[in-house]
Design a protein around this ligand. Structure first.
Ligand SMILES: *[C@@H]1O[C@H](CO)[C@@H](O)[C@H](O)[C@H]1NC(C)=O
Ligand SMILES: *[C@@H]1O[C@H](CO)[C@@H](O)[C@H](O)[C@H]1NC(C)=O
Ligand SMILES: *[C@@H]1O[C@H](CO)[C@@H](O)[C@H](O)[C@H]1NC(C)=O
Ligand SMILES: *[C@@H]1O[C@H](CO)[C@@H](O)[C@H](O)[C@H]1NC(C)=O
Ligand SMILES: *[C@@H]1O[C@H](CO)[C@@H](O)[C@H](O)[C@H]1NC(C)=O
Ligand SMILES: *[C@@H]1O[C@H](CO)[C@@H](O)[C@H](O)[C@H]1NC(C)=O
Ligand SMILES: *[C@@H]1O[C@H](CO)[C@@H](O)[C@H](O)[C@H]1NC(C)=O
Length: 233
């Protein structure tokens, strides 16, 4: 009788006692996005980023039976905070380092495992995935990329997501095996006004396909730079 009555209370008390502390990123006011000096496809940001994340994930493709090339049909990735290593040499190599492990692991290995294997303890900020495009204007893509921190670093903050639309595209300066560097503008959400995908590694499909080829998930890593977060933390 005693234990069934009081056990639930004992479980609840410590939860209520926890302060509502959100993940604190390190100060990014001196961190600037370096783009190739001769490119004009992506606008060079002039302000400081709100978040910089390394992404570990996959790009998904299906065979386009008309073009006989793969079409991108979305992506999924875990996003880890790299603000606290922004002053270190690891900041620029982490995507490559993570890809070196990620590209050779079985499906049971997670992005978090890859980061741990690098000897780093980076906070999970959130997830990158695709949703139906909320912008239903004719000519808009059917699906749109989303960056969502609402279940992780910004748990409880319903505005901490952004859905984007591509406004600029630069072939990866590192070569054709790496997905393009892109700039996106906000369509919905308060996590950012502008998002950049840069420092990509992997993620490209084979150059051609034949009708009936199965869908593919191609592993990639990248950095996402989010500018103009517009919510109270
Ligand atoms: C970040 O650092 C800059 C310059 O060092 C400072 O002006 C700013 O107040 C800091 N921001 C936060 C949130 O601590
Ligand atoms: C940014 O750089 C300025 C000038 O070098 C320095 O005084 C300041 O402490 C730096 N702020 C951060 C957050 O690193
Ligand atoms: C920029 O310069 C690099 C290296 O010189 C070259 O490979 C690339 O094609 C150039 N890109 C543009 C957009 O001119
Ligand atoms: C398939 O390729 C054709 C020809 O390039 C193109 O018009 C069409 O939009 C593509 N379909 C999809 C779903 O990407
Ligand atoms: C992409 O493929 C992965 C499996 O590799 C799957 O879990 C995910 O739901 C797919 N996402 C999209 C948007 O197609
Ligand atoms: C919605 O889509 C149209 C057509 O693609 C585009 O011109 C417009 O900028 C989009 N609006 C937003 C908010 O993304
Ligand atoms: C990933 O690994 C495969 C072999 O497992 C290799 O063919 C491919 O080139 C690697 N991807 C990149 C971008 O290096």
């Amino acid at each position: 009788m005693f234990s069934t009555l009081f056990a639930p209370l004992l479980l609840v008390v410590p939860v209520l006692a926890l302060p509502n502390v959100k993940h604190q990123c390190c100060n990014l006011s001196n961190t600037t996005l370096l783009l190739p000096s001769n490119q004009t496809a992506l606008a060079v940001p002039t302000d400081a980023p709100s978040f910089v994340a390394v992404a570990v994930g996959v790009q998904n493709y299906t065979c386009n039976a008309t073009a006989l090339t793969y079409s991108n049909v979305g992506a999924v990735a875990d996003l880890f905070d790299v603000s606290c290593i922004s002053g270190t040499s690891q900041f620029s190599t982490i995507g490559n380092d993570a890809f070196g492990i990620w590209n050779h692991t079985s499906s049971s290995v997670t992005g978090q495992d890859v980061i741990k294997k690098l000897g780093l303890n980076l906070q999970l900020l959130g997830h990158h995935y695709y949703v139906p495009n909320p912008n239903t204007t004719a000519g808009s893509p059917a699906i749109s990329p989303k960056w969502d921190f609402t279940s992780d670093a910004e748990k409880g903050n319903a505005e901490a997501f952004v859905i984007g639309a591509k406004v600029g595209d630069l072939p990866a300066p590192t070569g054709k095996n790496d997905v393009d560097w892109v700039q996106l503008k906000k369509v919905e959400g308060e996590l950012a006004n502008t998002v950049y995908r840069v420092k990509t590694k992997g993620g490209q499909p084979p150059t051609s396909c034949t009708v009936g080829d199965p869908s593919l998930s191609v592993k990639y890593t990248a950095q996402y730079w989010l500018y103009g977060a517009n919510f109270k933390r």
